[in-house]
Design a protein around this ligand. Sequence first.
Ligand code: FAD
Length: 338
Amino acid sequence: MIKTDTLIIGAGPVGIFCVHQLGIIGLKCEVVDNLDKIGGQCIELYPDKPIYDIPAVPECTGEELTNNLIEQIKPFKTKFHLNERVQEIKKLDNKWFVKTNKGTEFEVFSIIIAAGVGSFEPRKFSAKDIEKFEGKKLLYSIKDKKIFKDKTVSIFGGGDSALDWAIELSNSSKVILVHRRDDFRGAQTSIDKVNELKKQNKIEIYTKYQLESISGAEDIKCINIKHDDKSTKNIKTDYVLGFFGLIMQLGPISDWGLNLDKKKIPVNTESFETNQKGVFAIGDICTYPGKLKLILSGFHEGALAARGCFKYAKPDKKYRFEFTTSSKTVKERLGIKK
Ligand SMILES: Cc1cc2nc3c(=O)[nH]c(=O)nc-3n(C[C@H](O)[C@H](O)[C@H](O)COP(=O)(O)OP(=O)(O)OC[C@H]3O[C@@H](n4cnc5c(N)ncnc54)[C@H](O)[C@@H]3O)c2cc1C
């Protein structure tokens, strides 16, 4: 059981900045995100696109913004739990108990939901009875490419992720690339490279095929793929990888007893608290009259929610407003010696 002051659900730009706002007022927090990296929509949907409306930053990409936000919270040494989805929140006395899908448990005074449009989830295969292989031999993301060394890997998908991994893994594995269409939609350089590797017999390519079934007990023995013309092919393989993009789902948040309005969480604009005491919502997931789905609005919401958390973590203390320029305590918290 991890005990801390506040748990932030969502490591998008708004969740990251909120770590800073909690940190400077002396509250500790940890962050959980379903994705394998920090940055939310900025990193997942538009890492290379320039943003022009971050105050005092005339232009920065989604990735640059994320990196700067991460740099800004370094003094707080905050733990991020990636690849984990918050599944359950429960109140007991004056504490909230939180559980993720990986079984990590937290005991906190307050929760800040910065979950954007919900959790990003991989779009999955539609073939039946293949769940038992999921997470072991059937994967939708790669954490450690070493497991594929000298194995046969069947990669499904026609976009950049499928092509990039096919190219990368062809160095050390037997790669079979399967796509339901005739043409790939990734970067032309990657398409050219894959075709070149095919000519060199380093990659096998099957187009207009989809996964029909997987055979095996614990390990995968072989897969059956079906062509548009209904003919099928049996392929011996060790791993199956699916890269079909991500979908966003509100997911478990709808079961937490929170008021919802069109998949958004209504909040008061004084502290961004929800209908549940000690549970706050900020960023794209929250709604109130005049809400703008902008990063800059999320930063403001995080600043107020952090102050709202103070009374739950330190009921005997009074929150004192201080400027970062002049507060000795804040500077100490930021590790500034001047
Ligand atoms: C193409 C594009 C361009 C944009 N351009 C701009 C722009 O120029 N200026 C601007 O201000 N805004 C822009 N936006 C909008 C901006 O990206 C969003 O307003 C911002 O990302 C919201 O941040 P957030 O932290 O609230 O949510 P998100 O960035 O959506 O992050 C939420 C995170 O929460 C995680 N999560 C959700 N549920 C759970 C759960 N149960 N457990 C664990 N993790 C969970 C998700 O995986 C996700 O990583 C743009 C958006 C897009 C798509």
